[in-house]
Design a binder for this molecule. Structure first.
Ligand code: PLP
Length: 223
């Protein structure tokens, strides 16, 4: 078995155990393998091990590998988990199956327009700047409810979830709990939160997908 296949299995085991511990169904939690800046052979190893749900954070980098991989492996579900510039919206709509980083009105409007033009309605997540950090993307907490409403009613986007990247602090749980509350009051079922270092905590607080990169693939190259 490849290292990648073993890591996938180990993490899935922890995911299953953590779900059971907190009285959740592990089938309600997707493991998104974050393949950004990883050598292609490791990504192929994950695909060969049967894994199908992947995350990339840059449109251009994803375009360089995923059209080919999608044609070789059936059933891939590719999530955009990094900031999206409006001039890349058309390319993102063409390639990704889920866009997790809708975080401002202008982007929402352009995505809606590009999806209409492409005859698609790709599921999206609204990214919330849950730690109110200046350098991070995401809609401000105070603006989240109105923005979610506008994405849905104004733009006709299929908002299925919320996504966040909490601040780099010891105690991330309060941020996960807050994202869950914002989702609940907006009738949103999915929560993308938790990475290699904190996915068990995210599962405890309701994550329906966790985004794990280094834990599966090892260290990233600094391409
Ligand atoms: C890179 C990245 C991840 C994965 O981080 P790891 O620490 O390698 O698990 C998760 N989410 C986002 C948004 C990322 O950019």
């Amino acid at each position: 078995m490849s290292d990648v296949a073993k890591n996938l299995q180990d993490i899935q085991d922890i995911l299953d155990k953590t779900a059971a511990k907190w009285d959740r169904e592990s089938t309600d939690i997707d493991l998104i393998a974050v393949s950004k800046k990883q050598p292609l052979d490791r990504v192929v190893a994950a695909l060969e091990a049967g894994h199908r749900v992947f995350g990339e954070n840059r449109v251009q980098e994803a375009q360089a590998k995923w059209p080919d991989l999608k044609s070789r492996f059936e059933g891939v579900e590719l999530h955009l988990i990094g900031p999206l510039q409006t001039n890349k919206a058309r390319d993102a709509v063409a390639l990704f199956d889920v866009i997790q980083t809708v975080d401002r009105p202008k982007l929402a409007a352009i995505l809606a327009r590009e999806m209409k033009a492409a005859g698609k309605n790709i599921p999206v997540y609204v990214q919330v700047n849950i730690g109110e950090e200046e350098q991070k993307s995401g809609i401000a907490i105070d603006d989240a409810d109105a923005f979610i409403r506008d994405c849905r009613e104004g733009q006709g986007l299929d908002v299925v979830g919320l996504m966040c990247i909490p601040p780099a602090v010891q105690q991330v749980a309060p941020y996960f709990a807050l994202l869950a509350r914002i989702a609940e009051r907006n009738g949103i079922k999915k929560l993308s939160m938790g990475m290699s270092g904190d996915y068990p905590t995210a599962i405890q607080f309701g994550a329906t997908s966790v985004r794990v990169g280094t834990g599966i693939f090892g260290a990233r190259s600094n391409l």
